[in-house]
Design a protein around this ligand. Sequence first.
Ligand code: SF4
Ligand code: SF4
Ligand code: SF4
Length: 428
Amino acid sequence: MTANTGPPSFHLMAKPAGADCNLNCAYCFFLKKAALYPKGPPRMSDEVLESYLRQTIEAQQVPFVTIAWQGGEPTLMGLDFFRRSLEIEKEYLQPGITVERTLQTNGTLLDPEWCEFLRENNYLVGLSLDGPQDLHDTYRRDKAGKATFGRVLRAARLMQEHGVEFNILCTVNAANGSHPLRVYRFFRDELNAHFIQFIPIVERDNQSGNQEGDRVTGRSVRPPQWGRFLIEIFDEWVHRDVGETFVLNFDGPLANWMGSPSTCVYRPTCGQGMAIERNGDVYCCDHYVEPSYLLGNLMETPLVDLVASQKQFRFGQDKRDTLPQYCLKCPVLFACNGECPKNRLLKTPDGEPGLNYLCEGYKAFFGHVNEPMQMMAQLLRQGREAREVTALLERVRAAKGQQAFPARRNAPCPCGSGRKYKHCHGGN
Ligand code: SF4
Ligand code: SF4
Ligand code: SF4
């Protein structure tokens, strides 16, 4: 065994079914990855599964480990594959080590047996859903071109019935990007979702699915649209839902305002979230499953060596070291950090490459949220709750002679009285 010279902890996303999926979403970049392994095994073998789990568990130098399953569609592997993975985990987990299991899925294959399994074994499920029916079905269709909304909604209800913990992963694209509040309220009010992540679709217009070229497809969210999308939802969230609904796109930047960035896209450097393909090949990141970002195969080279390799280190540092001057002088650099390198396909106004396609949207968003973010960061530093920001903002509005933001009727009144809004300032 080699000495563990890797980072204390890292995250590896496993793709046991490779790019294979039962759906055919129009903007999917995973599907194009099938061309990478035309002759490889279609599924992860038991040998690779055992090696992946053993090495991932043994490599962590902290008392917790994350086992993450991603696609394509990982549920295509069938339940027995996941049962085997639990048996292998048990073999290698030392007492006192906490394991977090995650599964990213389109939900269409989930049934009561799956849900029981997921709940019993504390999986945190990420369910892909793009909003209400018409918006979801615009791009998320199956291989026969049929709409998928009904099947995904059924999966959400089934998971709720069985007590499975799940997050909503919503891609933001040209279609739903113009309907931020419809999308957000659907998740919050119709689905009763408490954890939501919005992922901007920036789809390169090429056949390879690699991060090449400077053109995006018409399905991609437009930069100002992305900014408005985040701003409109943030305004509703900060006045109504802080502490009740968790939106990663807001909690992530809040950590930057606190001075300790936690989400990879907003951190100055990246490189601790790799992806493993079904044959054991390990790549720098799930978004860089392409030949030049292959680190090696964990059946041939110990995983810790791949994680601690110079190539992976360089990949992570490049996020910061390749920022154009335009970003280095940007007033919201501390929050944005140039976002994800995969989206840096533009040139700056003075012609330097490496500007993020979403820059215009991020500048607008981070500028807009600066004041409430500062307030929340201050509250948290004082050991208070971020949700108190709502009352503080109401006082600011009142001082400016503006009307109170309409609150949810059952929520605590933003005036801070402790009573429900409907029994206080919302009563009429
Ligand atoms: S469900 Fe996910 S992997 Fe499958 S086609 Fe849609 S985006 Fe791609
Ligand atoms: S390339 Fe993007 S998604 Fe991958 S680790 Fe870096 S910031 Fe995160
Ligand atoms: S907002 Fe634009 S200029 Fe500023 S750091 Fe982000 S990408 Fe760079």
